[in-house]
Design a protein around this ligand. Structure first.
Ligand code: G3I
Ligand code: 9MR
Length: 562
């Protein structure tokens, strides 16, 4: 090759590279967080507070333009800067609350990329339906028909009709059909199932009229029962099958190790029921007792199951579950069970209308705290405040309500001092942080339903804003919704199905800096430590107990908007 030819080729290469670089430049520019504006990507209600946040070291002028008319509807400037330590940089806020007319808008803040937002009377309806439909997509032992599942249809997996007892040599098997897969994995864990099922039952109990006429196209949509009750029943049937004849409940139904990223029908390793545990049995008792309030026909059966579970837990108060030697799947281990004991007693007392038992149980109740799989005190408060008013002495009820409102007030104070104006603190940034936010929002929604203080609804909506985009990662954390949502969730079907879009309606775990997997994170700061990648099971998995409070919150807002 002569020199001229080499020179010609080199020049060509440089030109091509320059053109590609020029072409990609705007793309890289818009990904620059210092130019990003963080805002709700799902849409606002007309009278909702509307806040956009950007990283900035000074106040900036901004304009809001209505897209159809191309007319400016607001000109103002952003707030003086404040720093949220968990995101590590100064931020400034644009308050767009004054724009209330339904429509599509563009926000231009000086020095930042323009962003779009919308205002409508029902921005969260479709989101709610997708969040609850995710449970249908998580059903074990069912083929998902294209008529209901669309492009995410799949074959059935995990019939769970021949499950072995762990460490049993008998070769006997039992059936434990149905239930929801826990998360991105295919196992079924009682403790997590319990809080999830409770939260969905709570949604129905608090908004029965809304759910009576709400359908999201599942196989049972044509029957008499509200869809949410059919979905709940799918899991209750499995839970019931996990109670042993002595009243105790198996902690989980699991393979020995996590399956690889394959579809359900290809994940065929033997499944086992593990040891029984006090935590699982108490969760079961609480859920069965609530189910007895909800399903008339099965009421007696559920209450009887709850009663036998309670008796077992009383006789076996310290059967703490640890993974058996050969088992390496989710442990859901919990050795602080006072909250579960109280919760189960309270639910049983409410359903059996036993005032003496209820009054005794509330004496043991701890302070209000945000519910999680390991901590159920908050759920006791919800049931007491929503379902036990008639059963409790008025003074006892008022005392509980004061404690609960006090907790909501604290969240409002936290919000007012947070640079992103969300009620979040450092402790929230654990595995599943987005669900911490949604559980807080659930408490706030209930507080709002009890005494209509607008600040509670505002704080709850701020948390919806957070997961829908007003957060420093810039993600809308629900798959399929918003301008930038997770594409590579740690969810086996989404990873294995060969379909580019992930199964929709799932809330990703969210940022936290425990870094329990082997991914490379963009930041060590808790609120920024999130990665949309399959490898990130510590920030990008999805789980039933995370979607359930999302369903509750969105349902509560759609049923009773501002
Ligand atoms: O209990 C300690 C507490 O004392 C300590 O202060 C705190 C500091 O970080 O950590 C607490 O333990 C955490 C524990 O959850 C309880 O909250 C662990 O660090 C944390 O790693 C652990 O995460 C759990 C994770 O499984 C790993 O076990 C998540 O809460 C839980 O949601 C997640 O659940 C998994 C299932 O195992 C399997 N299926 C998928 C599901 C979702 O990822
Ligand atoms: O895929 C698993 C995920 O569903 C669990 O939540 C997570 C935590 O227990 O574990 C994941 O499995 C990982 C395993 O723990 C370690 N090796 C890599 C696995 C993920 O590919």
């Amino acid at each position: 090759m002569n020199k001229k030819r080499i020179l010609f080729m080199l020049t060509g290469l440089i030109v091509v590279t320059a053109v590609i670089a020029l072409f990609l430049a705007p793309w890289f520019k818009s990904a620059d967080p210092s130019r990003s504006v963080f805002i709700n990507q799902w849409g606002f209600l007309p009278h909702q507070n509307k806040i956009a946040v950007l990283f900035a070291d000074s106040t900036k002028p901004f304009t809001v333009t209505e897209l159809k008319t191309n007319q400016p509807v607001m000109k103002s400037k952003t707030t003086p800067t404040e720093t949220w330590a968990l995101a590590g940089q100064p931020v400034s806020r644009a308050d767009l609350t004054g724009v209330t007319e339904p429509g599509e808008y563009r926000l231009n803040i000086k020095g930042a990329e323009p962003v779009f937002f919308s205002i409508s009377t029902n921005p969260y309806g479709a989101l709610h339906d997708a969040a609850i439909k995710a449970f249908y997509y998580a059903r074990a032992g069912l083929a998902l028909d294209p008529a209901f599942a669309g492009k995410w249809h799949r074959s059935a997996g995990h019939a769970d009709t021949s499950v072995q007892r762990i460490n049993s040599t008998s070769g006997n098997t039992t059936a434990h059909r149905k239930g929801w897969y826990d998360a991105g994995d295919y196992n079924k864990y009682m403790v997590n199932s319990g809080i999830t099922t409770y939260t969905l039952m709570r949604a129905y109990l608090d908004h029965p009229d809304f759910y009576t006429n709400r359908y999201w196209n599942i196989p049972e949509s044509m029957n008499e029962r509200p869809d949410i009750l059919d979905e709940i029943m799918w899991n209750l049937d499995w839970m019931v099958s996990m109670q042993d004849t002595d009243g105790g409940v198996y902690h989980k139904l699991t393979t020995l190790n996590f399956a690889g990223p394959v579809m359900p029908d290809a994940a065929v390793a033997q499944r086992y029921t593990t040891a029984k545990s006090t935590a699982a049995t108490l969760n079961f008792a609480a859920v069965m007792a609530v189910a007895a309030r909800l399903f008339e026909e099965q009421s007696e059966m559920y209450l009887e199951r709850a009663s036998r579970a309670l008796a077992w837990a009383q006789d076996n108060p310290q059967q703490y579950y640890r993974n058996e030697e050969r088992v390496s799947t989710g442990e859901y281990g919990d050795t602080a069970l006072t909250d579960e004991h109280n919760w189960a007693n309270i639910e049983y007392a409410i359903s059996s209308q036993n005032q003496a038992m209820l009054v005794r149980s509330i004496k043991q109740l701890a302070d209000v705290s945000v519910p999680s799989w390991a901590s159920t005190t908050g759920l006791s408060y919800l049931s007491l405040l929503r379902d036990a008013r008639a059963l409790l002495p008025a003074s006892a009820y008022e005392k509980l309500k004061r404690a609960f409102s006090g907790h909501a007030d604290q969240l409002v104070t936290i919000q007012q001092n947070n640079a992103f104006r969300i009620p979040a603190i450092a402790d929230d940034f654990v595995w599943g942080s987005n669900a911490v936010m949604m559980n807080k929002a659930m408490l706030l929604e209930v507080a709002w339903s009890l005494d209509n203080q607008r600040a509670y609804r505002d704080a709850s909506l701020a948390l919806v804003d957070y997961i829908s985009g007003r957060n420093p990662t810039g993600y809308s954390f629900v798959t399929g919704f918003g301008k930038q949502s997770p594409r590579f969730i740690h969810h086996r079907p989404s990873e294995a199905d060969g379909i580019a879009d992930p199964v929709p309606g799932w809330l990703a775990g969210g940022p936290q800096n425990g870094h329990q997997d082997n991914c490379q994170y963009p930041s060590d700061l808790p609120a920024l430590s999130y990665l949309d990648a399959w490898c990130s099971y510590s920030t990008n998995e999805v789980a039933i107990n995370w979607n359930a409070p999302l369903v509750y919150v969105l349902g509560s807002i759609v049923a009773d908007p501002l």
